[in-house]
Design a binder for this molecule. Sequence first.
Ligand SMILES: [Fe+2]
Length: 300
Amino acid sequence: MPKGEIIAGFLAPHPPHLVYAENPPQNEARSQGGWEQLRWAYERARKSLERLKPDVLLVHSPHWVTQLGHHFLGVPQLRGKSVDPIFPNLFRYNFELEVDVELAEACCAQARELGLVGKMMRNPNFRVDYGTITTLHMIRPQWDIPIVGLSANNSPYYLSTEAGLEEMALLGLATRRAIEQSGRRAVLLASNTLCHWHFHEEPAIPEDMSQEHPKSYAGYQWDMRIIELLRQGRTHEVFELLPSFIQEAFAEVKSGAFTWMFSAMGYPEIPGELHGYGTVIGTGNAVMEWDLTRPSHAVN
Ligand SMILES: [Fe+2]
């Protein structure tokens, strides 16, 4: 069996508004559109994914919170209705997905080997969180690629940001080792928003874009600074700034997906491709790609 590899990573945020705005048949709520810049960004990312043709998509979601350990979806087929508890008016999505249980089990075993608490989720009626579903729908609405779902252990919140993110880096390393042993060509999805300051009231028409703009100017400036560094491939600097960014912009990357993905990829100092940026209820969202298959981008 050839050695498996991570062929790309995407920053792939999960505002349910994007699914709502697209009106797919799986979602019960109907809209008149909205958030087009971000949806067009995802259209570009979808084309990249089509070209990359991965065997599996791995997604780490802030909204599958586990207090004890890092959990992995471990049921071959899952179906049900995923509802956003904050926006049930926008997101009631009937999902049906296939899990690469073999790879999930390998990730779990590798995580344990590195000293993390790992656990397989075996409940056949498990309701997959809206973060996982939104990211997967937006990047691959066909649902024809098996997935591995990873929970967000709450350690950055009940320990410290630094201690929690150290765990996420270990989880990334475990993920990389499992992928290499599996022979799979894998794409990683970090389901994170950037600046997370948000409005507390929804407009009468949620998709009224005349009401949509950054909640915080300082948060917007932070987002532009981080994106510009990522576009230049200055990964090391981004991770030096990450604790300040998290604190000052209330950035959702605190929950770990971003660190998990970059650790798994070996923190490549390569330019990220920005597919687009936009706000959702005032939060900052970027869709970005790191393609590791380009010759100049190969990571050892
Ligand atoms: Fe979120």
